[in-house]
Design a protein around this ligand. Structure first.
Ligand SMILES: [Fe+2]
Length: 284
């Protein structure tokens, strides 16, 4: 029998979420997005998905295999969805958890990747992995580098491929893989999110339905001194970033990572200035 994740309701103290997340490596927060935000976001995504082919190719054969041919993808979400930039990227609950998990290891954290995955009927069990694998060159042990989530944009069920998470695996030896009874299936209503650490084993579940698309969004943040999975400066160039609120610009990497207060230096400057200030004063 499978294990389970603890479910909390949106609005509980951030410390409660952080406590469960730290202990188990993952937690479900139900109602993270309220109904109107969820509906607006989905309405913005609907037309984008229409032109997407699930059998597209990716930057290498490993990713072709990882994503399969039954999933529709939308990237560069900040440049395509106003609701994302205004209400999802900057969601106070997610940022509150980032403050606790990532804050101690950086001067500021940033968006790593926002990626809508619309997993169709026949989508197979995803390879079980740790998201922080993309930073394999960082020696272990290390502080938590990444705070990740999958937001359910439709109801997630075991049948339509709800994300599978392995509670406790953030503390396992790197090589240990889970037994069948060590998975939790993150069944949750639309608008909820499963939040997990970059070090927690997980993967998309198989979609065994014949007619349901499991629409969800991977949304993750990373310490501000690591390279991000998506190139945000190309995905959301200054002409678009300029239209977003300053907090969103900062999270998209337009803010310098200034570690002076910790005795360090700065990263990400432009003409020896902070690009987010240059967006504000019109010089960028
Ligand atoms: Fe993942």
């Amino acid at each position: 029998m499978a294990t389970s994740l603890i479910h909390l309701q949106a609005g509980v103290p951030i410390d409660d979420i952080v406590g469960v997340l730290t202990e188990h490596g993952g937690v479900v927060v139900e109602g993270l997005l309220d109904r109107s935000t969820l509906d607006r976001f989905n309405r913005e995504i609907d037309p984008l998905l229409e032109g997407v082919r699930p059998d597209r190719r990716f930057l290498n054969p490993a990713l072709d295999w990882f994503f399969g041919e039954r999933t529709r993808h939308i990237t560069a979400v900040a440049s395509k969805s106003p609701t994302f930039g205004a209400a999802v990227l900057v969601h106070p609950t997610l940022l509150g958890v980032c403050d606790a998990i990532l804050g101690p290891a950086c001067a500021r954290y940033q968006l790593n990747l926002a990626h809508v995955l619309d997993r169709g009927p026949g989508a197979e069990q995803q390879y079980i992995h740790r998201d922080e694998l993309v930073w394999i060159h960082v020696p272990r042990p290390h502080p938590e580098l990444q705070l990740a989530s999958v937001i359910a944009l439709v109801d997630f069920s075991a049948e339509n491929g709800a994300t599978r998470v392995v509670p406790g695996s953030h503390r396992w030896p790197w090589e240990r893989m889970p037994e069948a009874d060590e998975f939790a299936i993150a069944e949750m209503p639309a608008g909820s999110a499963v939040i997990y650490l970059g070090s927690t084993l997980h993967g998309g579940g198989p979609n065994t339905t014949v007619d349901q698309w499991r629409r969800g969004m991977h949304l993750s943040y990373v310490v501000g001194w690591l390279r991000t999975e998506e190139n945000h400066y190309l995905a959301t160039p200054p002409a678009i970033a300029r239209t977003l609120q300053r907090r969103a610009q900062e999270l998209l990497g337009y803010a310098a990572h200034d570690a002076l207060a910790s005795g360090g230096g700065y990263l990400g400057a432009l003409d020896l200035r902070d690009p987010v200030d240059m967006l504000a004063d019109g010089t960028l």
